[in-house]
Design a protein around this ligand. Structure first.
Ligand code: ATP
Length: 255
């Protein structure tokens, strides 16, 4: 099995504030890894480092076998940032236009969607169950529907890995379940590696095969199978712990 991400001896600070210290992490092809941990523990920062959006103070990151400093095959990498959920409601674009905006490389000199590319958009929308919404304005969709469109936008380039930064904040429970089902299909059937920041303990027990717990500038990687939430709860503040336990109560995989 190939390594999709390799992080070795990584240190990162924002000016004086040390955020990540001596991090080692391997993400293998086909993994579904959940990043969990308290607010401010460095989860988004590590994803941004893995995407080359931030530069490490020390250490090495390889993405798809290539140093992040030289990596350029961005069609193989999807990223759905937290900011997506704050997407401007009045942004004047249809679902089709949003997806096509990730296909410029394939459109050729005149930036025209030929019938093959149209077909690809349709197939991708079909895959996420949103074909009927192709000509709708993106601003008219619900939070969960928008997230599916952004997944589709990522999928048109056939990525090997998708990073998701807390994609479902503010999305209702039913849409969350549908979205997790979709991610599981992408992971199991298309073998897309998934890295997802989540505060939802259900994701960990039901979807992920690995869990990276962030605490005190470090991370601890567990197999999701034998993962005991109590280890995780130890890293949380009292208030957060209550919320997390409350969300988790009654779950089949509760510790
Ligand atoms: N651009 C920045 N400049 C300075 N400090 C930053 C910047 N971005 C984040 N930080 C700080 O770095 C720390 C880690 O932030 P990060 O967003 O990676 O945490 P997180 O674990 O993803 O948190 P959350 O769960 O709240 O999204 C926090 O203390 C945050 O305030």
């Amino acid at each position: 099995m190939n390594k999709v991400v390799e992080v070795n001896n990584l240190f990162f600070s924002y000016e004086e504030e040390l955020i990540l210290q001596d991090i080692d992490l391997e993400i293998m092809e086909g993994d579904f890894i959940a990043f969990i941990g308290p607010n401010g523990s460095g989860k988004s920062t590590l994803i941004k480092l893995m995407l080359g959006l931030l530069k490490a103070n020390k250490g090495e990151i390889k993405l798809l076998g290539r140093s992040i400093k030289k990596f350029n095959d961005w069609t193989k990498v999807g990223y759905i940032a937290q900011e997506v959920r704050g997407f401007n409601e009045s942004f004047p674009a249809t679902v089709k236009e949003i997806i096509a905006s990730n296909m410029y490389n394939e459109m050729g000199f005149f930036k025209i969607l030929n019938s093959d590319l149209e077909k690809k958009i349709d197939q991708t929308l079909e895959l996420v169950g949103m074909l009927d919404y192709k000509n709708q304005q993106i601003g008219n969709l619900s939070g969960g529907q928008k997230q599916k469109i952004f997944i589709a936008r990522t999928l048109v380039t056939n990525p090997d890995i998708i990073f998701l930064d807390e994609p479902l904040v503010g999305v209702d429970t039913e849409s969350q379940q549908e979205f997790y089902k979709l991610l599981a299909e992408l992971n199991n059937e298309l073998d897309i590696t998934i890295v997802m920041i989540s505060h939802d303990v259900h994701v960990i027990s039901d979807q992920a095969n690995k869990v990276a717990c962030f605490a005190n500038d470090s991370i601890f990687v567990h197999q999701a199978d034998g993962f005991c939430c109590d280890n995780y709860f130890d890293t949380l503040s009292d208030n957060q712990m209550w919320v997390e336990r409350h969300q988790h109560q009654g779950g089949e995989n509760a510790c």
